[in-house]
Design a protein around this ligand. Structure first.
Ligand SMILES: [Zn+2]
Length: 65
């Protein structure tokens, strides 16, 4: 398994925003990759992540808005 960036449980891996986990789940803004749940600020970030999770979980990736 590839090395993964360290993320907080409530950190949007795409843009770096802090997200309310319960709200994200309720709105369908959560997804599971390799057994780990990730939450997102909005639809755009979820879709980008699902397209290519490896990019956003790469230790070299720097989130930006
Ligand atoms: Zn986001």
């Amino acid at each position: 398994m590839a090395e993964r960036r360290e993320l907080g449980p409530n950190e949007d891996p795409v843009c770096g925003m802090t997200v309310d986990i319960e709200q994200a789940r309720a709105k369908g803004l959560a997804t599971v990759s390799e057994g780990v749940e990730y939450v997102f600020c909005g639809k755009g970030c979820v879709l980008e992540f699902r397209d290519d999770p490896a990019t956003y979980l790469d230790p070299a990736f720097v989130p930006s808005m």
